[in-house]
Design a protein. Structure first.
Length: 291
């Protein structure tokens, strides 16, 4: 009887694993047994507007993923507790906890790169990072395709997205604040999506900040060299702050290379930001509305 019970448990576990399509890179298409597994990634070609779907994580070592293509991850619908408790380390005003429901959406796995910006705008002269004083970030006039866009105002981002969207089937947008935190947490309730550790040896595997990089003078390249969170999103903590919206108002999330780790917490937010605010720490990550 014990052997029979054990066999039934193993069979049930196997059936659940198959129906969920596994983890990590996600699933897609139909298996040999006819089980449908959802597509987990969409790849947007910025030159044509074409969108292709992928079952597994696309090749992130290709130069195109930080220049002419943006890879988006499907974030399933769900509910989570947004914000932080007053007793949580680093908690600040405005982080009041609330249970929030989020519909399915598609979020870029990387922050918007300088290469993406050139492809998005078609204008090699419009470079927000060149408008930043060199005193604010070493080497700001330099262009590097795989470096994130920085010095970007909310209005610049919104204007360029609106212009690119014209005539396109797939539409780009700025994430809502709830979408951003839900995706950042990836099911976690800790300070960061890797846990609560402030140890630079741990945090530095995931994040670029004052506390994790000695002598940091600007954002590091995007492209998957660090460890992603549980849904394959990179640099949700640190590198550059990311513009999001709440009730149409701009907010900055995620912390940056010039911030300490506590300003990069999943719940940390900078609100009441001017739409024309330009800073060396401010960048972006985009949402794709499915065609």
């Amino acid at each position: 009887m014990k052997n029979l019970i054990l066999l039934l448990v193993l069979v049930s576990a196997l059936m659940i694993a198959v129906s969920c399509g596994g983890g990590g890179g996600g699933g897609g298409g139909s298996s040999g047994g006819g089980t449908t597994v959802p597509v987990s990634y969409r790849v947007l070609d910025l030159s044509t507007g074409a969108v292709t779907e992928s079952v597994t994580l696309p090749n992130l070592s290709a130069a195109s993923v930080t220049t002419s293509q943006i890879v988006f991850r499907r974030i399933p619908a769900g509910s989570f507790v947004m914000g932080s408790s007053a007793s949580s380390l680093g908690s600040q005003a405005g982080e009041t906890q609330a249970t929030v429901s989020v519909s399915e959406f598609w979020l870029a796995v990387f922050e918007l790169s300088q290469g993406h910006w050139y492809s998005l705008t078609g204008d090699g002269l419009d470079t927000p990072w060149r408008k930043i004083s060199p005193a604010s970030v070493t080497g700001s006039p330099a262009t590097l395709a795989s470096r994130p866009v920085f010095g970007l105002t909310y209005d610049e981002l919104a204007l360029r997205i609106a212009a690119w969207n014209t005539g396109k089937t797939g539409q780009l947008s700025i994430p809502s604040e709830a979408q951003w935190e839900y995706a950042c947490r990836a099911g976690t309730t800790s300070l960061f999506n890797w846990g609560d550790s402030l140890d630079p040896a741990v945090a530095g595997q995931f994040s670029v900040s004052q506390d994790t990089t000695v002598g940091v003078t600007g954002p590091d390249v995007v492209g998957g060299s660090r460890i992603s969170n549980g849904v394959n999103l990179w640099d949700m903590h640190g590198n550059v702050r990311e513009w999001v919206t709440t009730s149409g108002q701009p907010v900055l999330r995620g912390g940056a290379w010039g911030d300490n780790l506590l300003l990069s917490r999943s719940a940390n937010r900078i609100s009441s930001v001017d739409r024309a605010f330009r800073h060396a720490l401010s960048g972006a990550r985009l949402v794709l509305t499915a065609p």
